[in-house]
Ligand binder design. Structure first.
Ligand SMILES: NC(=O)c1ccc[n+]([C@@H]2O[C@H](COP(=O)([O-])OP(=O)(O)OC[C@H]3O[C@@H](n4cnc5c(N)ncnc54)[C@H](O)[C@@H]3O)[C@@H](O)[C@H]2O)c1
Length: 265
């Protein structure tokens, strides 16, 4: 069996700097923990003014304060994205306070595992209310202004789970597959104005939550059996892809899916 290395500390790695991101405004859903928090920090490190929302209020406020105290520009509100009016109001409030959204990252999700037989119609809807619906309504809130300003990049967070035929969370997996359709349905109306939209497909990213809930002995075996590339995927790896897709360096990429999965699929 191949030995998986300990996660590479981001401090030991040299990530790219993107001059085109400096001074931009980004809005990240579900940005208080996990990959979202890594993205909030990564955008701030690039000189981006970053707004984010989450139900994890304490972590969100801590991250926001930490960025501001170290010279960055951040804005946080506690918002439950199942409340579409509150989601759109937060985007409007951020834009009024900090500037129009140049970069929208639809990151929020809930991948709670469940047995197929236990899923109720209400549970199905609750999953879609977090894993799919907010992405459409966040895009709706920023699209008009992005088109009018002829600039913008939208990054939707999908998942490799539906490609990998994962069967432990069917509503989540279906919603994540649908995100690709959502991405592609906006390519033409946005593209005419030079606005881009892409999907990022993370593999198994070792957030604190994933490690705590799923990286037991069985999880290690599962990881080693499915991820050919040595090492563990960190939240910073996913954030690096989001930065690239937001920067001028990816200017002619739209409607595509970009996997960060260590070769899993
Ligand atoms: N971590 C992985 O291995 C992995 C794998 C494939 C895809 N992804 C995708 O990448 C993205 C980020 O993954 P993650 O592991 O950091 O996700 P996560 O589930 O750990 O975190 C998502 C964030 O959303 C917040 N959130 C949940 N419900 C909310 C609600 N109703 N309103 C507002 N905020 C809410 C959580 O508090 C959390 O901060 C997600 O879209 C996820 O589906 C992750």
């Amino acid at each position: 069996m191949t030995t998986i290395d300990a996660p590479l500390a981001s401090a030991r790695r040299a990530f790219a700097a993107y001059p085109s991101l400096k001074g931009k405004c980004a809005f990240v859903t579900g940005g208080a923990t996990g990959i979202g928090a890594a993205m909030v920090q990564a955008y701030a490190d690039q000189g981006v003014t970053v707004g984010f929302i989450d139900i994890a209020e304490k972590q969100g406020q801590q991250l926001c304060q930490q960025i501001i105290e170290t010279g960055g520009a951040a804005w946080f509100r506690r918002v439950d994205v199942t409340d579409i009016a509150a989601l759109q109001a937060a985007i409007a409030e951020f834009s009024d306070a900090m500037g129009p959204v140049d970069i929208l990252v639809n990151n929020v999700a809930n991948d709670t595992r469940h047995a197929m037989q236990d899923l109720t119609p209400e549970g199905w809807n609750q999953s879609f209310d977090v894993n799919l619906r907010p992405a459409f309504f966040a895009i709706q809130a920023v699209a008009e202004t992005m088109i009018a300003r002829k600039q913008g990049s939208i990054v939707n967070f999908g998942s490799i789970s539906w490609k990998a035929k994962v069967d432990s969370m069917p509503a989540y997996t279906t919603a994540k597959a649908a995100l690709h359709g959502l991405t592609r349905s906006f390519v033409k109306p946005l593209g005419a104005a030079g606005v881009r939209i892409n999907t990022v497909l993370p593999g198994w990213v070792m957030t604190d939550r994933q490690i705590a809930l799923h990286l037991d002995a069985e999880g290690e075996v599962f990881l080693q059996a499915n991820q050919p590339l040595a090492g563990r995927i960190t939240p910073e790896d996913a954030a690096a892809m989001a930065l690239f897709l937001s920067a001028d360096d990816s200017a002619m990429c739209t409607g595509q899916e970009f996997s960060v999965d260590g070769g899993w699929i």
